[in-house]
Design a protein around this ligand. Structure first.
Ligand code: SF4
Length: 397
């Protein structure tokens, strides 16, 4: 099944709460050039590579066999290993027939991103500003942990969803990222993590710039390559996609991906949620809950993220409302004291209010975790670093 790839396809008829239309977010097309042309190797997972080879004249089984070899060769090496060769000799050494060479060698194996800036934090978090070939800047954040390192991945250049607490939301949407640009964030970060030592990069969270469900086709393709045991070998249970609650994409996501789902809730009722998250005008909390209840596969659970803002959503009664909302869903709730963002009214709560909220929520029997934001000193809020870098860095010639 072909999934929608642009906000226009996702929401053909604009309604209240929809993201701004293309004309409002920049002159560039939101569809990535590479996604249209399919010109980069990393824009392909094994299935799309097999399809390309079938169109190049291979039988279905020969195309699948060659795609498997290519994926292993191009993406299966350990982090830090030299780039594998990509020429006719290398393909012949893999046992790939001459019939497939032209189609394969037309694909560019080079990275689609380069590191524009590294911002290490006092807590060992490393925020990376990455520049795409068209000059667009995105950010990824490496978060080392004792057992494994996590990478926070971006899915779009900017974002159209305009959440009040988010720096990226202020940028608007410039364009979608291609699957290869998502994969290349991981390739670059994996090499940097190996260089720095410490726990290996084994955990991916789509919580960087952008709303992943507004670029679901490319996100899913990237996840298939990243979790392919012949390629990057990430465990699907260690890949989490976070959405602001684009409810009509929840069923397609669970149909197509084995990754985990996180949903940003951030308020205990529609009025307050809508005031800080315009998506709620389109998909109410009830609609969101109904979509989750209908689509959550057996044995799976959803992670709700609840960013705590001082005296906005952190009262004990708000914990009661939140507990009532999540009742009946297999879930955990991640409570996150906010980073100071663009809205001066949304501030972090005191430690006492945080503790009281968590105790009240847990008291209702809700599995509750507290996540303390890391990397605050290098641009804490979502998308903040890329916003700053865009102001500082010269545009490439
Ligand atoms: S929080 Fe996420 S969905 Fe909302 S504006 Fe920021 S990047 Fe977009």
């Amino acid at each position: 099944m072909r999934l929608p790839e642009t906000p226009e396809e996702i929401a053909p008829a604009p309604r209240a709460g929809d993201p701004p239309a293309r004309a409002q977010v920049g002159a560039r097309s939101p569809t990535p050039r590479s996604a249209r042309a399919g010109a980069r190797l990393a824009d392909h997972d094994a299935a799309s590579l097999a399809e390309l080879l079938r169109r190049a004249g291979g039988t279905a089984s020969a195309a699948r066999a060659v795609a498997a070899k290519v994926v292993r060769h191009a993406f299966g090496a350990d982090p830090g290993a030299p780039e594998p060769p990509w020429d006719a000799g290398a393909l012949a050494a893999l046992g790939v027939g001459a019939w497939a060479h032209e189609a394969l060698l037309a694909l560019d194996p080079a990275a689609s991103l380069e590191v524009a800036e590294r911002a290490p934090s006092a807590d060992d978090t490393l925020r990376l500003v990455l520049r795409a070939r068209d000059g667009a800047l995105i950010e990824s954040v490496l978060i080392p942990g004792p057992a494994r390192t996590t990478l926070c991945v971006s899915s779009q250049v900017g974002c159209a969803r305009a959440c009040a607490f988010c720096e990226t939301g202020r940028l608007g949407l410039a364009r979608q990222l291609a699957a290869g640009e998502i994969v290349d964030q991981v390739r670059i970060a994996r090499a940097i993590a190996a260089e720095r030592g410490g726990a290996p990069l084994r955990n991916l969270v789509f919580m960087g710039m952008g709303e992943p469900f507004d670029n679901l086709g490319e996100v899913l393709k990237a996840i298939r390559l990243l979790t392919d045991p012949r390629a990057f070998r990430f465990a699907p249970s260690h890949v989490t996609v976070s959405t602001v609650g684009v409810a009509d994409k929840i069923a397609p996501f669970f149909r197509e991906a084995r990754a985990e789902l996180a949903v940003s809730l951030n308020a205990p009722d529609d009025a307050r949620r809508q005031a800080i998250m315009p998506v709620n005008a389109r998909f109410s909390m009830a609609a969101l809950k109904e979509a989750l209840a209908r689509s959550l596969p057996p044995g799976r659970r959803v992670l709700f993220e609840y960013v705590l803002f001082d005296r906005y959503n952190d009262a004990p009664e708000d914990a009661d409302l939140l507990a009532a909302y999540v009742a009946g869903l297999r879930c955990r709730v991640n409570v996150i004291p906010c980073n100071p963002g663009p809205d001066p009214a949304l501030r972090p709560p005191s430690a006492e209010r945080l503790d009281a909220f968590v105790a009240r929520l847990s008291g209702h029997g809700v599995t509750t975790l507290v996540r303390r934001p890391r990397g605050r000193d290098v641009g804490g809020a979502c998308g903040q670093l890329a916003g700053m870098a865009r102001l500082r860095l010269p545009a490439p010639a």
